[in-house]
Ligand binder design. Structure first.
Ligand SMILES: Nc1ncnc2c1ncn2[C@@H]1O[C@H](COP(=O)(O)OP(=O)(O)OP(=O)(O)O)[C@@H](O)[C@H]1O
Ligand SMILES: [Mg+2]
Length: 227
């Protein structure tokens, strides 16, 4: 579970200071799904970076299962990330020279898993997102929706506790969007993930049992009872 207390993030550029996050308090339970919305520049991606340990807050605590990520030395933070946290981004972020299978395998390299096991687990993960027939394809030989499926398989192959998605359907056309949302929803349920997703899709936001809105670095959480 996540417990964020008084999280601020300031970016300084010359005389300009941007308060990307301004005193965020937030609890996210194990297995919860939280949807984050808000205007552009509001601080959504910055918050995901804090949750994922990709960056550190200027002040405050980002506690994951009792450990404050803000305080961890870099090597341990990298380890927490590679073991526990899967990321999916708007722009897929696949390595263009690697096949689908090899892209997924990259997530297992830092965990010291043997090559044969990596191959097997990557193939399994790709099958589970419906890409069992595309293992040897390069990203350029896949549609946008298929590339995002590879990215989802790469995020989940290590069996993380947490999945963070930043506008995962932002680069996809409408028909692909629903497909990818369905895959994410299924993965959340099957893997019992703690799932935090930034999305501009308002239909999805309406369905979400717990919705956070971030404006000017400040967060408001709406809970829907009975959802
Ligand atoms: N590395 C950086 N250096 C300076 N300012 C930054 C940096 N990263 C983000 N910001 C600023 O912090 C604020 C929050 O940015 P963030 O990317 O979190 O917004 P967002 O809610 O994800 O927006 P969008 O919907 O456009 O993705 C913005 O004003 C942005 O310009
Ligand atoms: Mg963003």
């Amino acid at each position: 579970m996540y417990e964020l207390r008084g999280v601020t993030k300031r970016y300084t550029r010359g005389k300009d200071v941007v308060h990307a996050l301004d005193g965020v308090d937030l609890t996210i339970g194990d297995g919860d799904r939280l949807v984050i919305q808000g205007p552009t520049g509001g601080g959504k991606s910055t918050l995901l970076q804090m949750l994922g340990g990709l960056d550190r807050p200027t002040s405050g605590e980002v506690v994951l299962d009792g450990t404050d990520l803000a305080e961890l030395p870099e090597a341990r933070l990298t380890r927490v990330r590679s073991e526990n946290i899967g990321f999916v981004f708007q722009s897929f972020n696949l390595i263009p020279t690697l096949t689908a299978q090899e892209n997924v395998e990259t997530a297992l390299v830092p965990l010291g898993i043997k090559a044969a096991d990596r191959r097997e687990r990557a193939a399994e993960a790709l099958k589970s997102v419906g890409l069992g027939e595309r293992l040897g394809h390069l990203p350029s030989e896949l549609s946008g929706g298929q590339q995002q499926r590879v990215a989802i398989a790469r995020a989940l192959v290590k069996q993380p506790k947490v999945l963070l998605a930043d506008e995962p359907t932002g680069n996809l056309d409408e028909s692909m969007r629903d497909e990818i949302m369905d895959v994410l929803e299924r993965m959340w349920k099957e893997h019992g993930l703690t799932f935090v997703m930034v999305t501009h899709d308002s239909a999805l936001a309406k369905k979400a049992p717990r919705l956070a809105t971030i404006r000017k670095g400040r967060i408001t959480v709406t809970e829907k009872t009975g959802a």
